[in-house]
Design a protein around this ligand. Structure first.
Ligand code: HEC
Ligand code: HEC
Ligand code: HEC
Ligand code: HEC
Ligand code: HEC
Length: 445
């Protein structure tokens, strides 16, 4: 009898429950119909629903650049290199979770209107009941769809569903399930939650939610009492207002009065005052942040000042120049001997805050799944301040009098030459001003 019980127990545990699967083991363990549609939640949670439709979460599958990168680069690459099929199906574990869990990969194109289009939906998020592993990454969440919706508040009643509180909904690991990513080469190609954990905001217990789901006095459902409600803004790189001001900059000359044939030295301080992680974070392979400094003399003549080199290894990737990169896009695009496109597309000599991703041949890549190594991390950490200097020999024809200097820090979601090459609509490569500063000197005889 005892033996039978043990055997039955063993068989029971061996045929793993779908509710205990995470990551790639969960592929195909569910059906689309296990999940409720966001429109169902809308009937009571109107406000939260509308916020979500404005956030990238609702567009994680249908957004133009996602569709282009997924189908034209990733899926196309996996068709040529079959071992990539698993990792490329895995894009959907975060971008089209319902499709992934339903084993539908690649999912139908967004234009076909399938339920993959729901992206990171209400019901996907609110039926996450845990996660597995030491560090959350690669959709390590455990999905458990059903009548029970999990959240962070106790004692809430809903006519449509049951509610249950889980600590997870106050922990950054929840977000880390999708905001940390390791690629087939074992490289961390996304590490926002890991960066947060190593920084000052983790020590001060300021989680992702405080900045991306701020609380405001309102109603979370039409029949609910007023309360302090988590706003589902999830605003990030696609909100110029979120990016703007995130890094503060100031600038000063070493001397105010400079002889007409002398050298000017400027110091620029860049302080990451607003983000709980590095800037840029997330899709680091795509994003750039760069500092552009100009001088204008008393007659209005303008000069562009290149940044001083610091001399660290790998610095060449942090100073804009006229060179080609991203040759590996030729693989999925089927272009033999592809020469690549311009690496930076910003004025030569400007300082770029980035971490370069390299393909197996050591060339810069934006194809994160094809990244075999990474270069020096020259991004600005949370509450870190970097100093850049600009040494400028005054030109022979400089006018006497005041010279004003202007520094602008810009951000771009996708390097423009890549966006142009792939036909990504211009809003993805628009220049977003983060901050600016100015100062002056007096040129004397
Ligand atoms: C018929 C109305 C109705 C529908 C439909 C509905 N909810 Fe709710 N829900 C409520 C009410 C009422 C509350 C409690 C709000 C309060 O008292 O603050 C609630 C609370 C919640 C909570 C908070 C739980 C907690 O403990 O923090 C979550 C999460 C939630 N709903 C998710 C959903 C999701 C996801 C959907 C769609 C699949 C949905 N709801 C559909 C009415 C509804
Ligand atoms: C990326 C995952 C994610 C998505 C998508 C998401 N939520 Fe939430 N939601 C959360 C988390 C996390 C909290 C708790 C945040 C906190 O308390 O700081 C929360 C809180 C809530 C609450 C309780 C709010 C309060 O403070 O009273 C409701 C209700 C809710 N969500 C409904 C929805 C609905 C409806 C949708 C879709 C329109 C949705 N959520 C989409 C993660 C998500
Ligand atoms: C199921 C996976 C998943 C979970 C869980 C998740 N996210 Fe996301 N999130 C994504 C994906 C995918 C995108 C990218 C959307 C796009 O641009 O394609 C995204 C985008 C975002 C953005 C917008 C970034 C931008 O570029 O504008 C923010 C902010 C964000 N998430 C914050 C959070 C926070 C905070 C949490 C935890 C409460 C969280 N996410 C949980 C998958 C997830
Ligand atoms: C102290 C506030 C703060 C905290 C805490 C915080 N963020 Fe952010 N986050 C920001 C700001 C400001 C930006 C805009 C600047 C930028 O793009 O980096 C941002 C941007 C982002 C972006 C878009 C980045 C890009 O360049 O594409 C994502 C994704 C994101 N945050 C996710 C998270 C996650 C996940 C956590 C928790 C692990 C988190 N954030 C914690 C303030 C915060
Ligand atoms: C572990 C979860 C995860 C996996 C796996 C994943 N992504 Fe993402 N992806 C994200 C998150 C989170 C963001 C948002 C980061 C940010 O805003 O900086 C993102 C951003 C992107 C973006 C930029 C969106 C924009 O508008 O700026 C593209 C394109 C993209 N992913 C495509 C892919 C492709 C293709 C794959 C598979 C090869 C993939 N992703 C795999 C989570 C994931």
């Amino acid at each position: 009898m005892r033996r039978w019980t043990t055997l039955i127990l063993m068989a029971w545990t061996a045929c793993a429950f779908p509710q205990d699967l995470s990551g790639d083991k969960a592929f195909g363990s569910r059906k689309y119909s296990d999940y409720e549609k966001p429109e169902t939640c809308r009937s009571c949670h109107m406000d939260i629903y509308q916020q979500w439709t404005q956030a990238m979460m609702s567009q994680s599958y249908v957004h133009h650049w996602d569709e282009i990168e997924y189908f034209d680069l990733a899926v196309a690459h996996a068709e040529k290199v079959p071992s990539l099929k698993g990792p490329v199906d895995g894009c959907n574990g975060c971008h089209a979770p319902l499709a992934y869990l339903a084993g539908d990969a690649p999912p139908p194109r967004p234009s076909e209107g399938s339920r993959a289009n729901e992206g990171v939906s209400c019901d996907l998020c609110h039926t996450i009941k845990g996660w597995q592993g030491d560090v959350p990454f690669n959709f390590s969440y455990v999905s458990s769809p059903g009548r029970k919706k999990y959240g962070a508040k106790t004692g809430l009643d809903s006519p449509h569903h049951d509610t249950q509180v889980l600590d997870l909904y106050t922990q950054t690991e929840y977000c880390g399930n999708c905001h940390n990513e390791k690629n087939p080469f074992g490289i961390w190609v996304k590490s926002t939650q890991i960066e947060w954990k190593a920084g000052p905001y983790a020590r001060e217990k300021v989680p992702c939610f405080r900045c991306h789901m701020p609380r405001a006095w309102s109603r979370s459902a039409k029949m609910a009492a007023e309360d302090s409600v988590a706003q589902h803004l999830f605003h990030g790189a696609h909100d110029p207002g979120k990016v703007g001001g995130s890094v503060e900059i100031r600038m000063h000359p070493e001397e105010r009065e400079v002889l007409y044939d002398d050298v000017v030295v400027l110091n620029v301080q860049l302080f990451n005052a607003k983000a709980g992680h590095k800037i840029p974070t997330g899709s680091v392979e795509d994003r750039i942040l760069w500092l552009h400094v100009t001088a204008t003399d008393s007659k209005g003549k303008s000069y562009h000042l290149p940044v001083d080199k610091k001399g660290f290894e790998g610095e060449e990737y942090t100073i804009a120049c006229d060179t080609l990169a991203y040759q590996d896009m030729g693989l999925p695009k089927g272009i033999e001997g592809f020469k690549g496109v311009q690496r930076d597309g910003v004025p030569a000599g400007d300082r770029i805050f980035r971490m370069p991703y390299f393909d197996p041949e050591g060339r810069m890549t934006i194809m994160q799944w094809n990244t075999k190594s990474q270069g020096l991390d020259y991004r600005i950490g949370p509450r870190e301040t970097k100093i850049e200097t600009f040494t400028w020999q005054l030109p022979d024809d400089i006018e006497l009098g005041r010279v004003t200097f202007h520094a602008v820090l810009n951000f771009q979601k996708l390097v423009k030459p890549v966006a142009d090459f792939l036909g990504v609509p211009p809003d993805e490569s628009e220049i977003v001003p983060v901050n600016s500063a100015s100062t002056w000197i007096e040129v004397v005889e």
